[in-house]
Design a protein around this ligand. Structure first.
Ligand code: CTP
Ligand code: MG
Length: 168
């Protein structure tokens, strides 16, 4: 059964995705690469060293904590369920984004404007959709520029805090 989320519900299930996507940087580039340093047919890294199991786990934990807090405050279990789903979707979308970046010949950490910002956003939305939680297309489009700007600002902050070697 599909559920169309209200504007507030949509925002509250998507913020955990931002937390999930932004938290792996706390690892400061340490971690076990998901691709086990394997290469694809094009001899380029499958995903590259920027996608680690620890990053996946930390992202899922942070996203779930935010989802739990929002769910507790609103007394709405859907927010917990949706927030965890969107966090997982965001992390998987980011991994797919890295796969695409490597196929385009871009090194780990190289900027890929729009793809870098929208891979995790699309992943979150698709995962919600797959489990019957529908975000109104108008809300998706309205939030996209905000996601782009927030992603830019958090990456600049992470760079200034010396968590990330590049500000994107
Ligand atoms: N990270 C991680 N595991 C993940 C996602 C991210 O360990 N699943 C960490 C990596 O240290 C990564 C940092 O978080 O460098 C920032 O993530 P992101 O900006 O998505 O990675 P990039 O360094 O830009 O690498 P890529 O080009 O592969 O996206
Ligand atoms: Mg990325």
């Amino acid at each position: 059964m599909a559920t169309v989320l209200s504007t507030l519900e949509s925002i509250l299930v998507l913020i955990p995705a931002l937390a999930a996507n932004g938290s792996p940087v706390l690892l400061k580039s340490k971690g076990t690469p998901i691709d086990a340093n394997m290469r694809f047919y094009d001899r380029r890294p499958l995903l590259g060293p920027g996608k680690t199991w620890e990053g996946l786990l930390i992202g899922l934990i942070y996203g779930s904590i935010v989802a739990f807090l929002f769910s507790a405050v609103t007394c709405n279990i859907l927010i917990l369920f949706g927030g965890i789903l969107s966090s997982l979707g965001a992390l998987l979308g980011d991994i797919l984004g890295a796969f695409i970046k490597r196929r385009l010949g871009l090194e780990r950490g190289a900027p890929a404007p729009v793809l870098d910002q929208l891979d995790f956003y699309s992943g979150a939305l698709l995962m919600l959709y797959a489990r019957g939680l529908i975000v109104n297309p108008l809300i998706i489009v309205s939030l996209a520029p905000i996601v782009l700007i927030l992603h830019r600002l958090t990456n600049i902050a992470a760079h200034k805090l010396r968590l990330k070697p590049v500000p994107w």
